[in-house]
Design a protein around this ligand. Structure first.
Ligand code: FPP
Length: 244
């Protein structure tokens, strides 16, 4: 273990993306109902958003509901939907005051119209903000995102507005839900699992991965700085070879 470094001595990743995992295990270990694990998860969201803002991270993306999560017990799905509503209702004003720009990525299918309206409103309200760029991945799946992009590109090619030969990596990036957001430099997954689970699969091509055993409800500013320290210990080469 190395000593903790002060945030100002660290090279900040421009974009940190987090797979928040372990809410239910946190609750189970305390003999609490799983909904309280998600409540604790939301408190961690607040802490980590505030910390990212304080230490000067430009882009933070949080995986809060995957397109596969609909398979969970309907009560649990409904609890998570309720938490998203609360997050927007209770935190939007403060985030806006802190100059946070909010984006949402993921499908609009199956999400109830009142939530869609809240997300659209939060996005529009904060569109001109220039501080932390916070993206919430909700009803998100990376493969579906790529399917959407390919369909849109195919429609343009069919209409004659895009030449197939002109399609490059940049074109694909521009058609993803994350258009305008740089690719993540660091992807963190909590709770000991070491999978990407369909999160930012195109965008993570050159990301560093940090896996921590900490369960999401216990992830805080210190844990975020710990992940950034680990990122600092790695040297990124973008496929340029190991120099041997
Ligand atoms: C993963 O833990 C967590 C989720 C699928 C839900 C994430 C929800 C929050 C962090 C709270 C809501 C926040 C917002 C912004 C809506 P898990 O349930 O998979 O836990 P487990 O791995 O222990 O089963």
């Amino acid at each position: 273990m190395s000593a903790a470094l002060a945030p100002e001595t660290l090279r900040m990743p421009r974009h940190v993306a987090i797979i928040m995992d372990g809410n239910r295990r946190w609750a189970r270990a305390r003999l609490l109902p799983r909904v309280l694990g998600h409540h604790a998860g939301m408190r961690a969201v607040r802490k980590v958003v505030a910390a990212a803002h304080d230490i000067g991270i430009a882009y933070l993306t949080l995986y809060s509901f995957s397109s596969e999560n609909w398979r969970r017990d309907p009560h649990e799905v409904s609890d998570i939907m309720g938490l998203l509503r609360r997050f927007i209702r209770e935190d939007l004003a403060e985030m806006h005051a802190k100059n946070v720009r909010l984006r949402f990525i993921g499908g609009r299918d199956r999400v109830s119209p009142d939530i869609l309206a809240m997300l659209d409103d939060a996005r529009a309200t904060t569109e001109g903000n220039t501080g932390l760029n916070l993206t919430i991945a909700f009803n998100y799946g990376g493969q579906d995102e790529i399917v959407d992009a390919v369909r849109a590109i195919a429609r343009e090619a069919k209409a004659g507005t895009l030449e197939p030969e002109a399609i490059g990596r940049e074109t694909i990036s521009q058609f993803l839900h994350t258009a305008g957001v740089p690719d993540p430099d660091l992807i963190v997954r909590t709770s000991g699992e070491q999978r990407l689970s369909n999160f930012l699969i195109w965008q993570s091509a050159y990301a560093e991965f940090v896996f921590t055993d900490t369960l999401w409800p216990e992830f805080d500013r210190k844990a975020l700085i710990g992940a950034i320290e680990e990122f600092n210990r790695r040297e990124r080469r973008y496929g340029a070879g190991d120099g041997a």
